[in-house]
Write a protein that binds this ligand. Structure first.
Ligand SMILES: [Zn+2]
Ligand SMILES: [Zn+2]
Length: 181
């Protein structure tokens, strides 16, 4: 899909190919894969989150068949595989539920998404109208492909848009006269 307005077809290959992310549900739409993909990894530090997400992605994740015992309160109240401490104890001690190390960077997916939103809003607010539309289009495209847009994605997009602007600057100048209200 091209976003250029005229019929100035590209003659050179696209400089920055989209990297296709590995999708574990491409050929496998089983219940288990669906379940794994719906899992949210919370209450763990950044490192443990990566480990667990890796297991999910490559189907190495083995869900618990019964609740596991918490190493702190000794209650059988752990529902997530690979966690050794229940969320209550971990929250109280401010540690990771998997490695039990005190961590400043406990992942809370909700705040992460809120942060993304806030960051996005503040970025958009400061963007010129044309860039804003391009960025939103990029985000929409990514979301339509079923990918979650992270703050680092937004950073990458801004860099790409910056390059595109340099590429198309002369041709885009025409749009100076058709600014939206
Ligand atoms: Zn506990
Ligand atoms: Zn950890």
């Amino acid at each position: 899909m091209s976003c250029s307005r005229g019929n100035n077809a590209r003659t050179r290959p696209q400089k920055h190919q989209n990297k296709t992310a590995f999708k574990n549900n491409l050929h496998d739409t089983s219940k288990k894969t669906k379940f794994l993909n719906s899992l949210e990894v919370t209450g763990v530090c950044e490192r443990c989150k990566e480990i667990i997400e890796w297991k999910i992605k490559y189907k190495k994740y083995k869900p618990l068949t019964a609740p596991a015992k918490c190493v702190a309160c000794e209650q059988r109240n752990i529902k997530h595989a690979y966690h050794v401490m229940c969320i209550n104890c971990a929250t109280e001690k401010k540690v990771c539920t998997k490695c039990c190390k005190s961590s400043e960077a406990i992942v809370d997916k909700k705040t992460e998404i809120v942060d993304n939103e806030t960051k996005l809003q503040s970025i958009i607010k400061n963007l010129p109208e044309r860039k804003k539309r391009t960025l939103l289009r990029h985000i929409k495209k990514k979301e339509n492909e079923g990918n979650e847009v992270t703050t680092s994605d937004i950073d990458t997009m801004l860099v790409e848009i910056g390059k595109l602007e340099l590429d198309n600057d002369s041709s885009e100048d025409v749009n100076f006269f058709d600014l939206d209200d």
